[in-house]
Design a protein around this ligand. Structure first.
Ligand code: ZN
Ligand code: FE
Length: 255
């Protein structure tokens, strides 16, 4: 059985995700930018929300928690390493821990870089990875706390998931990410066709998130820092993968 996935637009450009067991109607939400749209999606989908999964401590991922309907009965799960700066947790987890959510097992990955202590949740049966501000559609989160080497480790860890994995990231930054990717990788055909799809989606207000890992591997420069064609395009064919990743991140910061 596959959990039902609902993408919920929140605030200016954030996404929360609701996963639900279609048989029991139990549901969980991943990140809570603000409560209104999530409460509406839970009610509209006829879900029974029991669980909140938090990826990292930034306000735009946690601030809606106390305004969720039925807040007092919700089980809140987040990173043990960040327990001191997250809302109070009922369950604190670390890399490699697993937890059963809506009758499906999820495993925790440490995906530090954007923050140190950022985690992702991977549901292998349904094939969902909730990566928030680590791996994003054609991008990765800005390095507020971690080093480029740390984020590059995170990218390599996420690359090992099955290619069909559905990457659920935390923001609608895809158009800017795409425009940036095109500056590095102008001859990448997969990238050019993805950009057309993104333009069409945004023109009608549709989210470009989630995407698949396979598509990210072809088009996301942050996953491709070790690829000879990209290194050559940057004039860095002899540089280390970490140096190339660092250069890509720096260029994106200044884009
Ligand atoms: Zn963040
Ligand atoms: Fe964020």
């Amino acid at each position: 059985m596959t959990l039902t996935l609902t993408t919920v637009s929140c605030l200016e450009d954030n996404y929360a995700f609701i996963i639900g067991n279609p048989v029991t109607r139990e549901a969980a939400v991943i990140d809570v930018p603000n409560a209104g749209p999530i409460n509406a999606a839970v009610t509209g989908g006829n879900w029974r929300l029991t669980t909140v999964l938090l990826t990292h401590h930034h306000w735009d991922h946690v601030d809606g928690l106390d305004d969720l309907d039925g807040r007092d009965n919700l089980r809140v799960i987040g990173a043990k390493a960040d327990a001191h700066r997250l809302p109070p947790l009922d369950l604190a987890l670390s890399e490699g821990d697993s937890v059963t959510i809506c009758d499906e097992d999820a495993v925790v990955l440490d995906v530090s870089g954007h923050t140190v202590g950022h985690i992702a949740f991977y549901f292998s049966t349904s094939g969902y990875a909730f990566t928030a501000d680590s791996l994003m559609a054609m991008g990765c989160g800005r390095l507020f706390e971690g080093t480029p080497a740390q984020m590059w480790d995170t990218m390599q860890k996420l690359r090992k998931l099955p290619p069909q994995t559905i990457i659920c990231s935390g923001h609608e930054y895809t158009q800017t990410n795409a425009a940036f990717a095109a500056t590095l990788d102008p001859d990448n055909r997969a990238l050019r066709s993805r950009i057309e799809g993104i333009k069409a989606a945004r023109a009608t207000g549709r989210p470009t998130v989630p995407s698949t890992l396979a598509l990210e591997m072809e088009t996301n420069p942050f996953l491709r820092a070790d690829q000879p064609d990209l290194k050559t395009a940057l004039g860095m064919q002899d540089a280390t993968d970490t140096a190339v990743f660092t250069e890509i991140r720096t260029r994106r910061d200044n884009f």
